[in-house]
Write a protein that binds this ligand. Structure first.
Ligand code: UD1
Length: 435
């Protein structure tokens, strides 16, 4: 089994370039289906999830070429309106194919999603919104089969019960090509949704209200491919800010959007970090002693659930007791037993964790169960004395571009060993990669 080996206890100092956002790249890649033709996207992170999305597009009939962080895609023809189980089980975000396929082809067959094991993660809101736009769904054989009577979706008034991120994206991608006006209320406001809306607008979509809880869409007949650069990954950035703080270091992140990180920056300031913000840089200087922080995860602009595990790792070093309440996903404390194996003292009561900080962390072998949980174990390993082995790296490869290289460049003693030589080669060093 491949693993990361970390010899902890070294302060990290230097500069970390931040990659494009996974959660913006995925919907934008599949949104290329909405505009038949040749697409060029830049700042696309080289991640397993991105490769999975390109494989899905390839299966649909849309070939792509990857040069570093640039992706060229040809969506002129669609030959297959299906997201099959073997791809969807690797990446839950494949459910994002539903809206674009219904809009483009009038039908979609999408296997029910897998992905991170952090709760039941239903898609009822996706289906409710798409049904309001005129799609009809049937569930059979583990698939959602969708059809649009008459072939074209119709604008509608939709009220979401939960501000779901991918649900909002699915409905938005369908509404931009529907006939007439759609008003979608109670939507999610995450920066990745704003980036998707900007991309769609660049292709000719008529959208108002991105970043608020109501989207107003005037459907258009066609969209035309337009170039787009993916926004920086605020969760990757937040993870490196914690890396600086937890190791007693001094890191400067480049290529970031500080405004997207406001709740994370607030928590880090409460922990005692000194933060210096530039237009696209953030410097974090760790305090002598870390202060405890109480936080609750909420939809944007609240504290992101995708940073909860990393902040918990930091709180294990704090002078005192911190409380972390998880309100987005019901099963997102799976890093707790693993952090405790490294010497932390964390107890969980329902959706509330109590972290008794200040106990020394010591290296151990730990196993990650989801993407951000894996990141929290790497962070804890960087702060722990001795050697930490993080097993099951599949999830980290889904979400962190060049993790090892970026950590090594700022002084971390980390290495990766792999039994499978194909794993060692990822991400590929070649300039061009046909996907
Ligand atoms: C997205 C992100 C993920 C992040 C999450 C919350 C992507 C690819 N993934 O996931 O990294 O952790 O947002 O910020 O962008 N819900 C329903 N019914 C639905 C859909 C969702 O009840 O139809 C609930 C979920 O169970 C959860 C909450 O809504 O409690 C938020 O989930 P959602 O925003 O949909 O998460 P994802 O879009 O899957």
């Amino acid at each position: 089994m491949d693993k990361i080996v970390i010899r902890g206890g070294r302060p990290l100092n230097g500069t970390v370039p931040i990659s494009g956002a996974k959660n913006a790249a995925l919907p934008i890649l599949i949104a290329t289906l909405l505009a038949p033709g040749e697409h060029r996207l830049s700042n696309v992170p080289r991640l397993v999830d991105v490769s999975s999305m390109l494989s899905l597009l390839g299966r649909i009939g849309c070939p792509s070429l990857v040069h570093g962080n640039d992706v060229r895609l040809d969506t002129s023809r669609v030959s297959f309106c299906e997201a099959p189980y073997d791809l969807v089980r690797k990446m839950r975000a494949s459910v994002l194919a539903l809206g674009p396929l219904l809009a483009r082809c009038g039908e979609a067959h999408v296997s029910l999603p897998g992905g991170c094991a952090i709760g039941t993660r239903p898609i009822d809101q996706h289906l409710k919104g798409l049904e309001a736009l005129g799609a009809r769904f049937e569930l059979s054989g583990g698939y959602v089969h969708g059809h649009v009577d008459g072939g074209r979706l119709q604008g509608a008034h939709i009220q979401l019960d939960v501000p779901t991120v991918t649900g909002t994206e699915n409905i938005l991608m369908a509404a931009v090509l529907a006939k007439g006006e759609s008003r979608i209320e109670g939507v999610a406001r995450e920066p990745e949704i704003v980036d998707l809306a900007r991309y769609l607008q660049g292709m000719g979509a008529q959208i108002e209200g991105a970043g608020t809880d109501t989207l107003l869409v005037q459907g258009v007949d066609t969209l035309t491919p337009a170039p787009h650069s993916i926004l920086p990954d605020r969760i990757e950035a937040g993870t490196y800010l914690v890396a600086g703080a937890i190791t007693g270091g001094d890191l400067t992140l480049t290529g970031v959007r500080p405004d997207d990180l406001t709740p994370v920056l607030t928590a880090l300031r409460q922990a005692g970090c000194t933060l210096t913000l530039g237009s696209d840089t953030i410097r974090v200087q760790a305090p002598e002693r870390i202060s405890p922080v109480d936080l609750t995860t909420l939809p944007h602009p609240g504290f992101p659930t995708d940073m909860q595990a990393q902040l918990m790792a930091l709180m294990t070093m704090a002078d005192g007791e911190s409380h972390i309440t998880e309100t987005i996903f019901e099963n997102r404390f799976m890093h707790v037993p693993e952090l405790n194996r490294l010497g932390a003292r964390i107890s969980v009561d329902g959706n509330r964790a109590t972290v008794t900080g200040g106990l020394p962390l010591a290296g151990a072998t730990v196993m990650a169960t989801d993407l951000r949980a894996s990141a929290s174990l790497v962070l804890a390993g960087l702060a722990a004395s001795g050697e930490t082995e993080v097993l099951r790296l599949y999830h980290l490869d889904r979400g962190y571009e060049n993790l090892l290289e970026k950590l090594q460049a700022v002084g971390a003693d980390v290495s990766r060993t792999a039994d499978d030589p194909r794993v060692r080669q990822f991400p590929a060093k070649t300039d061009a990669q046909a996907v």
